[in-house]
Design a protein around this ligand. Sequence first.
Ligand SMILES: *[C@@H]1O[C@H](CO)[C@@H](O)[C@H](O)[C@H]1NC(C)=O
Length: 180
Amino acid sequence: MASVATSLAMVLIVVVAMSYGLLATHADINFIARTCKKTNNFALCMAVLRANPKSAQASTEHDLASIALQIATNTTRKNAAAICDLDYKHQGTPEAPVWHVCVKAHVLAAADLIAGAGPSFHVGDYADVLKIVSEAKGAGDTCENAFKAIHKTSPVTDMDRQTTEHCGLAGDLIRLLLTK
Ligand SMILES: *[C@@H]1O[C@H](CO)[C@@H](O)[C@H](O)[C@H]1NC(C)=O
């Protein structure tokens, strides 16, 4: 009898633990959704935050803003590196000056996010973070416009849009911290 009771107790503990886990997961998703409703692009916010495993541990708007800033920084850095590579490959071509515009915009954006926005977020200077993120958000448009000006289809439209979107999301979430 004792062993049946023990087994039953263990089953109960496992069931309770599992439902607690499920509830916790739902709570996280609800929290992300509530926060994303305060941004300019709910669907984008949900997609970007839920794709990152760190979001599951977030319990405050500050946590989500921090994650979004890291995502924006990582995206911008990755895209800046890829565009540098493409710039190098287009040396001596008629499009070379356009590639230089794109490299400059993306590398400056990445450098400002890494060296400026990260440290400012850390010390709670959200106004400065917002300024840097808003400027970095413009890198994609700067590059796209440079290709438009020579009537060429940009080969980096997806990267430009990703940088714009991720910096935009980080900006939206950082703005929520300004009013606190
Ligand atoms: C951003 O990149 C760094 C370094 O590669 C990594 O440690 C960090 O987890 C990334 N952040 C997010 C939110 O993905």
